[in-house]
Design a protein around this ligand. Structure first.
Ligand code: EPZ
Length: 420
């Protein structure tokens, strides 16, 4: 089993490149199912989830070649409409094939994604949206079975902003007959990016990235070529890394405009972050200051940065309060950070972090994607050696994080350990 070993207390200097956004690439790969032709994606990150999606597209009759940073999705070889449990259980975002398959082929059978470490992760909003577009939905034996000879435009109000829920319904509405209005949509940059791709394909999408999206469906959608936007969460993770390790880094391609909520909080914590080239210069020269954070849908502070920000606050000079409002179980990094000497007390969805003078290296366990990132960056500043186990979580969302940090001066390497 792979692990990451970090020997701490080395500052970061030099340049770190930010890759393409995982949470933009995944829905865009699923959007290729809306057209029968060959589509090309560029600036795709080399991640486990990309490989899983390529495998799923293959099962759905689309030969997909992954040559990072490019992915080519081949022409349709038939109406294969079943997404099996074996693949969906590896990656919940597989549910994003539901809308496209239903819209393109009139039916879809997708395994229920089920929950994951951070929460129950229901998909009721996805199903309600598809029913509003005219689909008949049955859920049995762990599968979602959807049918609709032709989806029809509708007015849909989401009960809450859901990122993949908004994306699934956008893709279905893009091939529905007539106009749809989606209200209370997720406003994440990755949703806006999907809107740009659907417009390239021939749909008419207005307002993606805002809470109201108008879509006029097309009878047919064309294949496309698209370079994926940079990953704001990877960029934010490296900013927090500089905050912990100290030093000065040029973060190439960092999407500053998509990171406002994170940058405001990091500056309050004592980092300096300024535009430089096509990215950002990030430095932390003075002490870390305590900052309270509450996660919220974009443009609020992203839940995907909560664990990394908490790691930063473990060394701030005072108490900070972090409140997680999106997922019900996203504090699994707390006991692991505590093993490294952090002082954190959790009550329901709130964590009280009392800054300490220093962290000490320890053997810790990754439990979910962003928790594992928070443990790696904590290791950068800890005294001694930190071993982060189960880094397969990390590989889902970070391409070669140990290489990128190593090139910037960290003493970090991937090792293989016997046993779990
Ligand atoms: C997306 O997940 C991201 N994944 C997640 O990133 C991210 O944490 C999350 O959005 C929130 O920003 C991808 O884009 C592939 P939601 P998603 O639907 O769409 C509830 C990472 O680290 N909800 O916006 O699954 C849900 O329980 C991953 O890269 C319903 O109740 O999240 C949650 O409380 C982790 N019913 C809230 O909405 C539904 O039908 C927001 O979830 C759907 C969601």
């Amino acid at each position: 089993m792979d692990a990451i070993r970090v020997r701490g207390q080395r500052q970061l200097h030099g340049t770190i490149p930010v890759g393409g956004a995982k949470n933009a690439a995944l829905p865009i790969l699923c959007a290729t199912l809306l057209s029968d032709g060959t589509s090309h994606l560029k600036n795709v990150p080399g991640l486990r989830d990309i490989n899983t999606t390529a495998e799923l597209l293959g099962v759905l009759g689309r030969k997909t070649s992954v040559q990072i940073p490019e992915v080519t999705v081949g022409p349709s070889t038939g109406a294969f409409v079943e997404a099996p449990y074996e693949l969906v259980r590896q990656m919940r975002a597989s549910v994003l094939v539901l809308g496209p398959l239903l819209a393109r082929h009139g039916k879809a059978k997708v395994s229920l994604p089920g929950g994951c470490a951070i929460g129950a992760r229901p998909v009721d909003q996805h199903l309600k949206g598809l029913e509003a577009l005219g689909a008949t939905i049955r859920v049995e034996h762990g599968y979602i079975e959807a049918e609709a000879p032709r989806l029809r435009g509708a007015e849909i109000v989401f009960d809450l902003p859901t990122v993949t829920g908004t994306e699934n319904i956008m893709m279905a509405a893009a091939l529905a007959k007539g106009r749809s209005t989606l209200v209370n949509c997720a406003r994440e940059p990755e949703v806006e990016e999907l809107g740009r791709v659907l417009n390239k394909m021939g749909a008419k999408v207005d307002g993606a990235g805002t809470s109201v999206i108008h879509i006029t469906g097309a009878d047919e959608l064309a294949p496309f070529e698209h370079a994926v936007i940079a990953d704001r969460i990877e960029a934010g993770t490296f900013m927090a890394a500089v905050g912990l390790a100290g030093g000065s880094i040029l973060l190439e391609h960092a999407p500053i405009d998509d990171l406002e909520p994170v940058i405001v909080k990091l500056r309050k914590a004592g980092l300096t972050i300024e535009r430089e080239g096509d990215g950002a210069r990030v430095e932390r020269l003075g002490p870390l200051l305590p900052v309270d954070v509450t996660t919220a849908p974009h443009p609020g502070f992203p839940t995907d940065m909560q664990a990394q920000f908490m790691a930063l606050m473990t060394l701030a000079g005072g108490r900070s309060v972090l409140t997680e409002t999106i997922f019900e179980n996203r504090f699994m990094h707390v006991p692991e950070l505590s093993r490294m000497g952090a002082r954190i007390e959790t009550r329901h969805n709130t964590a009280l972090v009392e800054g300490v003078k220093g962290l000490s290296g320890a053997s810790v366990m990754a439990t979910d994607l962003r928790a594992s990132a928070s443990l790696v960056i904590a290791g950068l500043v800890a005294e001694g050696e930190t071993i982060v186990r189960r880094v397969y979580h990390l590989d889902r969302g970070y391409e070669s994080i140990e290489k990128k940090l190593g090139r910037a001066g960290a003493d970090i390497e991937r090792i293989s350990l016997e046993g779990p």
